[in-house]
Write a protein that binds this ligand. Structure first.
Ligand SMILES: [Zn+2]
Length: 624
């Protein structure tokens, strides 16, 4: 194995070329204000030659054919002498390409790569400022999840939502699909009458009669934040800047569950500076949404599995809100730097939750992170994938979704916590405020972050850098300086588990949150007998819990032992829920035995149509 020193990486980062995005003329000026990174292994675009400044979309959403058709007009800025532009596409049908004078432009679609899709190369005449691409999406558009009415909560109307992260925006819009390139956008979207369209932009709050909606996103965003949802949804206000969209049947529950959103927004601003996106709303999607939440600017897309009835799972909202700074405002330049998005966001999320619910509460979340991290590192190390445990990843040739692991999230979080504990919270907060304000609306490499860290945290405060800085970022495994977590609430749960092992149920669960229950179930002995599971169900009825987090961990035990009385509830849960975090551990446990694999395949045959590509692509591999 060879390892790069961070000095090498810094020299590589400096090698990246900086260009101004906002130019009056049809050519680019070199500027220190805007850096566009050209070494993204997951995009065909060549931003060192030409970049998109703005996109105008004119789209029609057709539920019958399950296609989106229309035009994407890209305002481009290019270097003198450049006579072509490279865009990313996946499974798109390109109908024609014209420039702003209405002249047809020659174009070529390259060979389709199973991960990257096909490069769309457009020849330029030299004088164009805009190029218009008329296209339709393909039947397999991986970003788009088309739901029949019966797959929604209210079961009255169909639903469509997009999930563009990491590199799926190219399956519904031809664009430069790299997180190192940002642009603004406007859109006109036509949907069936009686439905509402929402985007990662300024949004309507009512269904209109025409079915035509106009959107504007005036702040430059990376392509993976392009988002669209279409359904029969209603809006309800929470605070001055916050509100919730949901299918009518889920709206009241959603408003109650997310009543803390406005407070969270204010806490976040007190921590790390003004919220820069106007409104912060949230849409509760149908259950097949593959993630917990997606931080689409101005409107978080969220799973209904966080509607626990007691606000106990709303740290997810804190997480998505925190992305309005870490991720959306300051963005990872490539998916190899994914920890810059997620590690910062987990850190920020826990700070919001600490301010909202106290240190004891936040330490529970940190403890869950630590447990998840230790498990995942252990798994990677044992399976010979130690490279996957490095913060700075090398995902060239791989699917960037492979980087969505506890490493980016939790190792990233503990690295920042280590820095905080080393320099003290006051200095660290001052540093983070500066980091967000200096890099607002820019993308960043790990190496550029390290340069900034050295200068503005260590040198400025005349503090010696931590000795294992390189080790944290570029080494596999976990450094010995991994911070310790002290969760008093989980210690009480641990004591309860010890009592339970002695067959003593006289422990107090009256104040337990979802997190305590999850910790309890997760840490029960792995070889639970059917008799023990039956007793637990008699006492706590885990099998019929309405809380998806509890079901998610309980069904891992049930699937390990193929615990008969839970199998039907487990099957229903797997069919109903499309959230990958819950699906994978249960299916992974099932396939370990022959009988379990058979059950898994039966369930999957029924469940697969409900899953988004992000979930089904992982499961296709597991169950092949
Ligand atoms: Zn996140």
């Amino acid at each position: 194995m060879w390892r790069l020193t961070w000095k090498f990486w810094i020299s590589l980062a400096i090698f990246s070329i900086g260009y101004a995005c906002q130019t009056k003329k049809n050519e680019m000026k070199i500027s220190k204000d805007m850096e566009i990174y050209s070494n993204d292994p997951h995009s065909y675009s060549r931003p060192e030659e030409a970049v998109t400044e703005h996109i105008d979309l004119d789209l029609k959403v057709d539920f019958k054919s399950k296609l989106i058709a229309g035009t994407a007009t890209l305002t481009i800025s290019k270097k003198p002498g450049v006579n072509r532009i490279f865009l990313d596409t996946k499974d798109l049908r390109i109908l024609d390409v014209k420039n702003d004078l209405g002249e047809s432009l020659k174009y070529k679609l390259g060979e389709e790569d199973s991960i990257l899709g096909a490069a769309l190369t457009i020849d330029l005449n030299g004088h164009e400022r805009k190029i218009s691409i008329r296209y339709t999406t393909g039947e397999q558009a991986e970003a788009l999840q088309w739901l029949n009415p019966e797959q929604t909560a209210d079961k009255t109307d169909p639903f469509l939502f997009s999930q563009s992260q990491a590199i799926l925006a190219r399956s519904w819009i031809p664009l430069q699909d790299s997180p190192g390139i940002r642009c603004t956008y406007n859109a006109k979207v036509e949907v069936p009458k009686g439905m509402m369209a929402l985007m990662s932009a300024e949004n309507p709050q009512e269904i209109n009669d025409s079915g035509i909606y106009h959107f504007s996103m005036p702040q430059p965003i990376p392509s993976y934040l392009m988002a669209l949802a279409v359904g029969k949804v209603e809006f309800a206000r929470i605070g001055d800047r916050t509100g919730v969209y949901a299918e009518p049947g889920m709206l009241k529950r959603s408003v109650e569950e997310f009543s803390e959103m406005e407070d969270m927004l204010m806490i976040a601003e007190q921590l790390y500076g003004p919220y820069q996106w106007g409104r912060y709303d949230l849409i509760v999607l149908p259950p097949s949404f593959p993630f917990g939440g997606m931080e689409n600017p101005r409107i978080t897309f969220a799973t209904p599995t966080i509607l626990a009835g007691d606000k106990s799972l709303t740290s997810l909202v804190a997480h998505e809100l925190a992305h309005s700074w870490s991720g959306n405002l300051v963005t990872n330049a490539t998916w190899n730097d994914f920890w810059l998005n997620e590690g910062f966001t987990v850190y920020f999320e826990y700070r919001i939750m600490e301010a909202l619910k106290g240190r004891d509460y936040a330490e529970m979340l940190s403890s869950l992170s630590l447990q998840g991290l230790l498990d995942e590192v252990d798994l990677f190390m044992k399976s010979g994938k130690e490279n996957a445990t490095k913060l700075k990843l090398d995902l060239a040739g791989a699917n960037p979704d492979d980087g969505v692991t506890a490493i980016a999230y939790d190792k990233g979080y503990f690295f920042l916590r280590r820095l905080e504990e080393y320099v003290g919270r006051e200095k660290f907060d001052e540093f983070l405020n500066l980091y967000f304000s200096k890099h607002a609306f820019k993308s960043n490499h790990t190496e550029a972050f390290l340069v900034f860290l050295k200068e503005h945290l260590f040198e400025k405060n005349e503090i010696k850098p931590i000795e294992d800085l390189n080790e944290w970022v570029y080494d596999s495994g976990l450094p010995s300086s991994l911070p310790a977590v002290d969760s008093k609430r989980f210690k009480r749960v641990d004591a309860a588990i010890s009592q339970w092992i002695q067959n003593d149920y006289a422990f107090d669960v009256s104040n337990w949150s979802s997190h305590e229950w999850v910790h309890f179930i997760k840490n029960l002995p792995k070889d639970l007998s059917a008799e023990s599971m039956q007793k637990l169900d008699e006492k706590f009825d885990f099998t019929n819990s309405g809380n998806a987090e509890i079901l998610g961990v309980w069904f891992v035990h049930c699937s390990r032992k193929l615990y008969e009385p839970s199998l039907e509830a487990m099957s229903n849960f797997l069919i109903r829920t499309g959230r990958r975090k819950f699906l994978m551990p249960v299916y992974e446990e099932l396939v370990k035995s022959g009988e379990g694999r058979k059950i898994a395949k039966e369930i999957y045959a029924k469940a697969r149509p409900n899953y988004h590509f992000v979930a089904s692509s992982s499961l296709d591999r597991l169950l092949k």
